[in-house]
Design a binder for this molecule. Structure first.
Ligand code: IMP
Length: 205
């Protein structure tokens, strides 16, 4: 149960920026290791938790460093919870942020019930291979048009209290986001592992 250094298991710079910003506030004793590479991890599991764990395990195994991974889905009530685990590829195999947003706006054209939520699963695999999986949820509404230039992905059309995530500054988004909430749920596990290090727990080295 140890953890001194951590790799953020993502190749998406938008996601890495947010995870690092939140972790820096939550787990100062953990050094985030940057600049490593690993083979692409295919998200083949049917759940967000499964895919987050798949990525964290693969990156821990490729780098030898404890790893934290997130997998995020957008659940739209009028679409019976879709796109969910398929959020990244909603508009097809060559999906971009813009094409996904355009498809969702088109699919909800004329629809009044626009409630939705972001759900993020975060998985940690620590130095000993012990695993922790947690979740964070952000409730909101899909707007009828894009607003704001910040954030990424579906942020320009995801509103919380009338403001899209793309209209918020990064610190505001990181205070309320699904990703931040999941990482906050991970904080006790990070603290316990940090304590094991600083207490000089050498029993499992
Ligand atoms: P994944 O977790 O990388 O599989 O992301 C799933 C999809 O959700 C991708 O299309 C991302 O662009 C989008 N996404 C993930 N996190 C966010 C977010 O915080 N805001 C908006 N879109 C996001």
């Amino acid at each position: 149960m140890r953890l001194q250094r951590l790799v953020v298991a993502s190749k998406n710079p938008d996601k890495i920026r947010e995870v690092e910003a939140v972790l820096e506030g939550l787990a100062q004793h953990v050094e985030i290791v940057r600049g490593l590479d690993w083979p692409e991890v295919e998200e083949t599991e049917p759940t967000l938790e499964g895919n987050a764990l798949l990525k964290a395990r693969a990156v821990k195994s490729a780098t030898g460093i404890a790893s934290v991974a997130d997998d995020t889905g957008l659940e739209v009530d009028a679409l019976a919870g879709a796109p969910g685990v398929f959020t990244a590829r909603y508009s097809g195999p060559d999906a971009t942020y813009a094409s996904n947003v355009a498809k969702l706006l088109a699919d909800l054209e004329g629809v009044d019930e626009r409630t939705a939520r972001f759900r993020t699963a975060v998985a940690l695999v620590d130095d000993d291979g012990d695993e922790v999986v947690v979740e964070g949820v952000l409730e909101g509404v899909i707007s009828t048009e894009r607003r704001g230039a910040g954030g990424f992905g579906y942020d320009p059309i995801f509103e919380v209290d009338g403001v899209t995530l793309a209209e918020m500054d990064p610190a505001q988004k990181n205070q309320i986001s699904h990703r931040a909430r999941a990482l906050q749920a991970l904080a006790p596990a990070l603290r316990t592992r940090g304590r094991a290090n600083s207490d000089g727990d050498l029993s499992r080295q």
